[in-house]
Design a protein around this ligand. Structure first.
Ligand code: ATP
Ligand code: MG
Ligand code: MG
Ligand code: MG
Length: 482
C-alpha cells in the first residue's frame, strides 16, 4: 500500500464505524497562548473535551499534521539520527466524545491493524496502566480484559504512570492509556530477547505505533480525581511509522513518504542514500525539515526572530547547515525540493499546492541570507575550536559562542552540534550571561539612538520618545555592524 492509500484506509475504516472524517487543523496555532504548534491529534478538540463547545459529531477521525519541536514534546535533537521520530509527522486518530469507550476503541484498533491491514499479530504488544496505589487507582483491568481476547498474556505489559496515564495539564481531563507496540526485528533477534523486554526502551525496531487514551477522570484543583461525566476516547497513531510497517521497512525514511524526496536530495548532491552514515543523517534531516518548513509557511508561520517564527527559522537553519556541511550544498537548495514535496503531498494537503510560490520564495530568501553568514561563522568556529584544543581544553568560550549567535546567526544548538561532532562542548553559562548583557545594551542603544526625540525633565526617568522593541534594536545594531 502507498502512504496515500494507508491514510485513506484509516479514515475510511473509522468512517465505516460511524465516524465523521474531519480535516487536519493547521499545524500552527495562533489563538492559544499555551501552545505554538499542534503536537497531537487531540489539540483541535480541546474545547469539546473541556465541555466549552459541543461536538459536531460524537465520533470523529482524521490525519492531523503535528509538530514536536518545543514544549512538552520536543523531538528535534533525535530527528535525523534515529529512524522513527520526525519534527513534523501525521497522527492518525479516532475520537469518541461521550460515546463509545474502551471496548470499541481496543476492538476497532485491533480489527484495523490485524483484519484490515493484515499485520502479523505475533509482533504486537499492548501496554496497560499498572495502577497507582497512592492515588487509589487500580490497574486498568478493563482494558486488559479486552486485550486478552486478542493477545497472549506475555504480550500484555503493565506500564507506569509516565507512559500509561495521560493528563491534559495540571488539572482537567485525564485517564489511563494503552499503547500498541510492534517488534520489527529479524526472527533470530526475537529468539534471543523477547520483544516484551524491549518495549519503551528506545529500540529502533521495537516501537510504539498507536496510543489509545481513555479519558475517564477530571483532575480537580486540589489534585483529587472525579469521574468525567462524558468519557472521551482519544487515539493517536504515527502515520509514517505505520507506513514503514506496511511497506516492510525498518526506517520511516525508507517508505514512499520520504524516498521520493531523498532521491531528489541525492540527485542534487551527487550521492546515494545508504552509502555514507553522515550523509544519510544529513539527508534525513533535510527531508524531514523540508516538510516542517513548507507546511509551517503554508499554515501562515513565516520564519522570524521571535517565538514560533524563530522555531521555524532555527529548523531551517539546522537543515541548511547539515546540507552545507555533509552534502556540499553551498548555495540555496532546500527550495529546489519543494516540487517533489508538493507532488507527493499536495493532493492530501491542498494548502501546500496553493501556497507553493510563496513557500519557495520565503525558503530561498531564508537560505540565501543564512548561507552568507554561515560561511564566515564556520571559519570562525573552526579557528576557535583549534585554539581551544591547542590550549588543552575541550569547552569553547561562551563569549565566542555568543559572537557566533549575535553576528553570524548561529543559534546555540547549532554551535553545540558542531562542537559535539568535534568532541567539544560550549560554556553555556557564559553564553547566557553575554545574551543578558546584549539585551541591556540594546535597551541603552534605543535610548541613545532616539535621543533627539526624548524629553527628559529633571528627576524623570520615563522614556517618552520612539520606543523600539528588543527585536528592532537587534536589527538596528546588526545593520550597523554589517
Ligand atoms: P515515542 O514514545 O515513540 O516518542 P510518544 O509516546 O511520545 O512516542 P504519543 O504522544 O503517544 O507519542 O503520540 C501518539 C503516536 O504518535 C505515537 O504512538 C507514535 O506512533 C507517534 N509519534 C510520536 N512522536 C512522533 C514523532 N516525533 N515522529 C513520528 N511519530 C511520532
Ligand atoms: Mg515521544
Ligand atoms: Mg511513548
Ligand atoms: Mg505514547
Amino acid at each position: 500500500m502507498t502512504a496515500n492509500e494507508i491514510r485513506d484506509s484509516f479514515v475510511k475504516f473509522f468512517e465505516s464505524k460511524g465516524h465523521l472524517i474531519v480535516p487536519s487543523a493547521p499545524m500552527v496555532i495562533k489563538d492559544d497562548p499555551t501552545l505554538m504548534f499542534t503536537n497531537a491529534g487531540m489539540n483541535q478538540f480541546k474545547d469539546i473535551i473541556l465541555g466549552n463547545r459541543p461536538a459536531t459529531s460524537k465520533r470523529c477521525t482524521d490525519s492531523q499534521k503535528c509538530l514536536r519541536v518545543s514544549g512538552k514534546h520536543n523531538d528535534l535533537e533525535e530527528v535525523g539520527h534515529d529512524t522513527y521520530h520526525h519534527t513534523m509527522f501525521e497522527m492518525l486518530g479516532n475520537w469518541s466524545f461521550g460515546d463509545y469507550f474502551k471496548k470499541e476503541a481496543i476492538e476497532w484498533a485491533w480489527e484495523y491493524l490485524v483484519d484490515v491491514l493484515k499485520i502479523d499479530k505475533s509482533n504486537l504488544y499492548a501496554t496497560v496502566f499498572e495502577g497507582s496505589p497512592e492515588e487509589g487507582l487500580e490497574r486498568d483491568n478493563e482494558a486488559a480484559s479486552y486485550w486478552e481476547k486478542f493477545l497472549p498474556a506475555d504480550h500484555i505489559i503493565n506500564g507506569n504512570k509516565h507512559d500509561n496515564f495521560w493528563e491534559m495539564g495540571a488539572t482537567g481531563p485525564c485517564g489511563p492509556c494503552s499503547e500498541i507496540h510492534i517488534d520489527l526485528r529479524p526472527e533470530e533477534e526475537k529468539a534471543k530477547v523477547p520483544g516484551r523486554e524491549l518495549v519503551n526502551k528506545d529500540n529502533p525496531l521495537v516501537i510504539e505505533i498507536w496510543n489509545l487514551v481513555f479519558m475517564q477522570y477530571n483532575r480537580k484543583a486540589d489534585q483529587t480525581l472525579e469521574p468525567l461525566p462524558a468519557k472521551v476516547i482519544d487515539t493517536g497513531m504515527g502515520f509514517e511509522r505505520l507506513c514503514a510497517v506496511m511497506q516492510g521497512k525498518r526506517s520511516n525514511y525508507d517508505t514512499d513518504v520520504f524516498q521520493p524526496i531523498i532521491k531528489v536530495i541525492g540527485d542534487l548532491s551527487d550521492c546515494r542514500y545508504g552509502e555514507d552514515a553522515k550523509k544519510d543523517v544529513a539527508m534525513r534531516v533535510v527531508a524531514d525539515h523540508l516538510r516542517t518548513i513548507a507546511f509551517s509557511i503554508a499554515d501562515g508561520q513565516l520564519p522570524g526572530n521571535a517565538k514560533a517564527g524563530y522555531v521555524i527559522r532555527r529548523i531551517l537553519r539546522r537543515a541548511v547547515r547539515y546540507a552545507y556541511t555533509f552534502l556540499g550544498q553551498k548555495e540555496a537548495f532546500m527550495y529546489k525540493l519543494l516540487p517533489v514535496l508538493v507532488q507527493e503531498m499536495g493532493k492530501s494537503y491542498p494548502e501546500l499546492e496553493a501556497q507553493k510560490v510563496l513557500i519557495s520564495k520565503v525558503m530561498k530568501e531564508e537560505e540565501d541570507s543564512f548561507l552568507r553568514t554561515l560561511e564566515t561563522g564556520i571559519r570562525l568556529l573552526d579557528r576557535v575550536m583549534a585554539e581551544t584544543r591547542a590550549a588543552g581544553k575541550t569547552v569553547i568560550d561562551g563569549v565566542e559562542a555568543f559572537t557566533l549567535f549575535d553576528t553570524y546567526g548561529f543559534p546555540l544548538d547549532l554551535t553545540e552540534l558542531i562542537c559535539r561532532e568535534n568532541g567539544m562542548a560550549v560554556d553555556e553559562e557564559t553564553f547566557h550571561t553575554e545574551m543578558q548583557k546584549q539585551k541591556e545594551r540594546a535597551r541603552n542603544a534605543a535610548a541613545v539612538e532616539t535621543g533627539d526625540w526624548v524629553v527628559v525633565k529633571e528627576g524623570e526617568t520615563e522614556f517618552k520618545g520612539w520606543d523600539y522593541t528588543e527585536h528592532e534594536c537587534h536589527i538596528l545594531r546588526y545593520r550597523k555592524v554589517t
